[in-house]
Design a binder for this molecule. Structure first.
Ligand SMILES: [Mg+2]
Length: 357
């Protein structure tokens, strides 16, 4: 099972709504790099390097990083994942998105080589489906209420409200959406680092009246003291996302208990193995975790879904279906039904590549 082929190509997916924006930016497309590894036995494994500037690398960098990492992958046995990942860390510091693509492609190959679905490599099924949380872009409160109702009508019971660091406008967004969708829908918010600690405390204490389950990354990623202060000052579960950008950062967050929960993402953590380790760190520290959005192809969502279904600690809706608002996906075979994603039981990730070799 020696790796002989290592090829990459750019993936550009259009957003259905080209005006989609959040506190860290706006772009009409989602970019990434698709990695295709081939073995001597003819097995093909796929991974996706997600081009997200706030995770570190844009698409052009990802391609360069993957080319630099290629010699540490080709000629190796695809089953030696731990050793290959160690070689990658020695060859290039950081670069979690590129390393995640390699880690995912290696797992894909191993699962295919034994004719099993991916989750068998993580300990098998703890659950067979995951409720999905859908994310709403920053717009006016009325526009967001319309968007919320549309998602509820499609069957979603968990929604995330993107906010931008303005207490009165943000509270109005939450009020408008809660009024529109009623009490039974679960609401979370994500400030994407846009508040000061005191501003976040003021906003969240007002939003608490509208029954918010969870508030994501209220303050800057580097402001752990601020995050800790918010966690201790509001009645809402505080989740770290951008602050949890590596295994080291997850370790620091859980040992200082600066947050109540952590959003795990395969690209920022450098792959499935690291995400599983991060989950175990959280479990030991009594910190909640779930899988957050890494926006892009169905391939990456499916690979995260297999891990999410294997881990006992995933106890809240995951953000694994943002592909539903994107066009031009090269992978098919994964769709949301009744607000949930079901675990594929076919070989590998369960998605099908529709590109040409
Ligand atoms: Mg977030």
């Amino acid at each position: 099972m020696l790796i002989t082929g290592f090829s990459t190509h750019l993936s550009v997916m259009r957003k259905e709504d080209p005006t989609w924006k959040f506190a860290l930016g706006a772009s009409p497309v989602i970019e990434g790099v698709i990695l295709r590894l081939t073995t001597t036995d003819g097995i093909v494994g796929f991974g996706y390097a997600s081009a997200v500037p706030h995770m570190g690398s844009i698409a052009a960098q990802l391609d360069a990083e993957l080319k630099h990492l290629e010699p540490a992958v080709t000629g190796r046995d695809a089953g030696d994942i731990e050793s290959i990942m160690d070689s990658l860390d020695r060859r290039l510091r950081g670069a979690p998105q590129a390393k995640a693509a390699i880690d995912c492609a290696l797992h894909d190959i191993v699962a295919r080589s034994i004719g099993a679905p991916l989750h068998r490599l993580f300990g098998g099924r703890f659950r067979t489906s995951v409720p999905i949380l859908r994310i709403m872009a920053i717009k006016t409160p009325d526009e967001m209420a319309v968007q919320a109702q549309k998602l509820v009508d499609e069957g979603y019971n968990y929604l995330k409200i993107k906010i931008e660091g303005d207490v009165s406008n943000d509270v109005e967004r939450v009020r408008a959406i809660r009024t529109q969708v009623g009490d039974s829908v679960h609401l979370t918010i994500d400030a994407n680092q846009s508040y000061s600690a005191k501003g976040a405390i003021a906003a969240l204490n007002k939003m608490a009246a509208f029954n918010i389950d969870l508030a994501e990354q209220p303050v800057h990623a580097s402001d752990l003291e601020g995050l800790s202060l918010v966690t201790r000052s509001v009645p809402i579960t505080i989740e770290a996302d951008e602050a949890a950008g590596s295994l080291e950062e997850v370790y620091r967050l859980v040992t200082t208990r600066a947050c109540d929960a952590i959003s795990l993402k395969i690209p920022k953590l450098g792959g499935l193995r690291n995400a599983m380790t991060a989950a175990r760190l959280c479990e030991q520290a009594g910190v909640a975790y779930r899988f957050g959005a890494a926006v892009g192809t169905r391939l990456m969502a499916a690979q995260a879904l297999h891990l999410a279904c294997a881990l006992r600690g995933v106890d809240y809706a995951c953000e694994l279906a943002e592909f539903a608002r994107l066009l031009d996906d090269e992978f098919s075979g994964l769709e949301v039904e009744n607000g949930c994603l079901s675990l594929p039981e076919t070989i590998g990730s369960g998605t099908i590549w529709n590109g040409s070799a």
